[in-house]
Design a protein around this ligand. Sequence first.
Ligand code: HEC
Ligand SMILES: [Cu+2]
Length: 432
Amino acid sequence: MKRTPRRRLASALVVAAAGLTLAACGQEYPNSTFLHNSEINTDIIALWDRILFMGTLVFIVVEALLIFTIFRFRAKPGAPMPKQVHGNHTLEIVWTLIPVLILIPIAVPTVKTIFKTQAPAVSDALQVEVYGHQWWWEFRYPEYGVTTANELYLPAGRTVNFTLRTVDVIHSFWAPGLAGKRDLISNKTNHMWYTPDAKLVESAFNGFCTEYCGESHANMRFRVFTTTPENFESWAAHQNGPAALSPGAMAAQAAADSATVRAVSRASVVPAPAPAPAPTMNAGYVFPADKLPAHTVPKTPIPARITFDDNLLAQGDASRGHDLMTNLANLGKAPCMTCHVIRGEMALITDAQATGPSLTHFGSRHTFGGGLFPTNASNLARWVKNAQIMKPGTTMNTFGIGEYSPLMKGNVTAGLSDAEIADIVAYLLSLK
Ligand code: HEC
Ligand SMILES: [Cu+2]
């Protein structure tokens, strides 16, 4: 048998189709919208299934008619002129009515779903305010007094109502595993709500900005953690307070404890002073690191041009880092606190004024820099040393002495040594 080019092409197409089919079966798609994780996603899937079904039906009928016509009515030698149908009203009405009949079962559920998703959320929904920043996400829980960044905690089974705003350009908020997209538009407030399914008691999802917003648009990601209502309350209660393990909090706790001991021992009715309780170490619920699925752990390469001797990190001291950070302005260096807030520790500005992420509970977050990097000492040291190289376009200062700052177009003179950065890193990680 001769292998004609056409035959060869056909067999190549069959192999390619089989390969694609197999690839589709063997993969899981964690960032897909086609997972029944919320009522909104279930509605989207229902619409998709219906449109795919109707579209396939139309395709088959049209192609069949086309092929039939090609063969049945092809020109034959000596055949007479075919009957002309131009101006046939019956025909025109029929071929207008058929698409109408096809579009009605698509339009009705589509419009119904649009109205459903645009309706106000139930009144007892959890309120979350989302602020888009170039290029990170701020999440505020007004009922809990919590401000955090890039990591969204949601109680499974409870409707959450998002209020979407931007402080600069247009962004778009999308956690595909949980719902559709919605834009954050300048000078306009948008809303979106959905209910993470009650079965999602320990799930993590990736989130993205899906409206091009500048240099680091692709680096503007977030995570969603769903958990039990109890865990959520524990997390929110702790996030509302100051950091638990920081040197500042420990000192305050120790002072309070010794005051209690003194007060107790002065009271004559109590024979012996009670031992001072250990400082509270409870950091509230945090999504367990070992439960993070691999696709939610960032794998961003660290720029090789930022060098840092990781051995220095072992000598980093949180108390020294705390003192250095409170003293930066006096040392003639850029203070972190003109852009960041560490509530209960040091603060020049309020959460609402901050142009950088809240660092109050920074150590309890799994990722930083718009979800670009896993939170660990090594990544953090490079971030503080030269954030502008770690994340193109960021307005955070480059702090490493001698480092090139793309924003300032020059090398940093009044900055931090690697040993000082190691102290600051130890301090930041203590902010649980
Ligand atoms: C000019 C304002 C500014 C100053 C000053 C500043 N930062 Fe930042 N910082 C930012 C911005 C903006 C971001 C967010 C970057 C991003 O993800 O796009 C950020 C991010 C961070 C993050 C990551 C937070 C997260 O959860 O993603 C850390 C940690 C941090 N800064 C620490 C510091 C420290 C320590 C200092 C002082 C040595 C400092 N910053 C000074 C603006 C600033
Ligand atoms: Cu964006």
